[in-house]
Design a protein around this ligand. Structure first.
Ligand code: NAI
Ligand code: MG
Length: 358
């Protein structure tokens, strides 16, 4: 048959983002080579990020979204460098893409790998596997508010940062979580809010959750407050399957999840525009890790597994499974970076994974 070619935009951006995207590309290209012509990846690398900002005053060019629009997917590293304020780099690139392309579903699996020590004692003898579904278009990251708001005597400056919840925004992410739950071995959705304290937006979320749940009588449900859910991640993680939460709360919970699985460097994510009107974006959960950047020791697993999520999205589930299995075997064989207790470099992990692609 003819080779299906997928056009991918690579945006490594800053710090370890450049190292893990390069690592991911090597593994994905090796996999494509071994596919016997079943698929090929045509990469275009875009040099956006904090260096671009230093040169031009922008994290990406004015017409960046138009450039990205023509691709089948975006493979992203991380943004953030001490030379640029963090809110400028995040809003100037990553959030611009997520929000500009309506990538409203952020899927973040919490995967426990063989051979990796978890700080959870339970992980030794319990099968743990859950996924955080993050609302990725509004909520606390709606960018709604302002500084120098009605300061009064004695307050100093006043800043207001509001969360915005729409019924449509809540409904689509909650429905997405239920549909995902039906594909998993345990069909259960846990909804997370803080509706006892935040009585408008989070109460709307709870109401929409109850209404959508009625359409999925075959799926187990629970509503848990975010503080209690953070305790549950540690104490009763075997009771979780799909956890759906707002932009900020899911962001925090997914870092907790990946730390429980052993390291932030292991965690992968997909920013999806489920309607396919825009390209979706695949990236590790971690940031640019300036403390270890440039040393060749960044864990590439989060970025490589994000590549597996990208393959799945491109309609290549078999290739995704092959890649995931090679990662699992590599870690089980003890080839891992120092953040998970190993001694291997980024390159050595890449070589070990490539050697196990079969
Ligand atoms: P971070 O995720 O970059 O680092 C947190 C800790 O995890 C550090 O100790 C780091 O060394 C470690 N770590 C992260 N990735 C790793 C990897 N692949 N292998 C081994 N260890 C790894 O978060 P931090 O330090 O809060 O932020 C650093 C910069 O990244 C900031 O500018 C922040 O704004 C940005 N950031 C960007 C994100 C993105 O682009 N999606 C997400 C989170 C932060
Ligand atoms: Mg985060």
């Amino acid at each position: 048959g003819t080779t299906v070619r997928h056009r991918i935009a690579a945006v490594p951006a800053d710090g370890v983002g450049t190292e893990v995207v390069a690592a991911g590309r090597r593994v994905l290209d090796a996999l494509a080579e071994r596919s016997g012509g079943a698929f090929a990846l045509d990469w275009t690398e875009l040099d956006w990020g904090s260096d671009h900002y230093a040169r031009t005053g922008l994290m990406m060019p004015e017409d960046g979204l138009e450039t990205l629009r023509g691709f089948d997917a975006i493979y992203f590293g991380a943004v953030g460098w001490p030379t640029v304020p963090d809110h400028v780099s995040l809003w100037g690139l990553r959030l611009k893409v997520c929000q500009g392309f309506d990538q409203w579903a952020n899927v973040r699996p919490v995967t426990f790998y063989p051979g990796v020590t978890s700080p959870l004692r339970k992980a030794d003898d319990t099968e743990l596997d859950w996924v955080v579904v993050r609302e990725n278009s509004e909520g606390e990251y709606a960018g709604f508010g302002g500084q120098n708001f009605g300061a009064r005597e004695g307050t100093g400056q006043v800043a207001v940062q509001s969360a915005v919840f729409t019924e449509t925004g809540c409904e689509r992410i909650i429905r997405f979580a239920f549909d995902l739950a039906r594909t998993r071995s345990r069909a259960k959705v846990s909804s997370v809010t803080k509706s006892n304290a935040q009585q408008y937006g989070m109460v709307l979320w709870d109401q929409v959750f109850a209404a959508v749940a009625a359409d999925y009588p075959d799926v187990e449900t629970e509503s848990v407050l975010v503080d209690a859910m953070s305790a549950k991640f540690v104490l009763r993680p075997e009771d979780l399957s799909v956890v759906v939460a707002s932009n900020l709360q899911a962001d925090i919970l997914s870092d907790l999840g990946s730390a429980l699985a052993g390291s932030l460097g292991l965690a992968s994510s997909a920013n999806l525009n489920p309607e396919g009107r825009f390209p979706s974006m695949f990236e590790p959960v971690h940031g640019s890790a300036p403390d270890i950047a440039g040393q060749g020791v960044a864990n590439p697993v989060g970025a490589i597994e994000s590549g597996a999520l990208m393959l799945e999205h491109l309609g290549l589930p078999e290739a995704a499974r092959t890649l995931h299995a090679a990662v699992e075997r590599t870690l089980a064989d003890g080839v891992m970076t120092r953040d998970v207790g190993g001694t291997a470099s980024t390159d050595e992990v890449v070589e070990a994974i490539v050697a196990r692609l079969g």
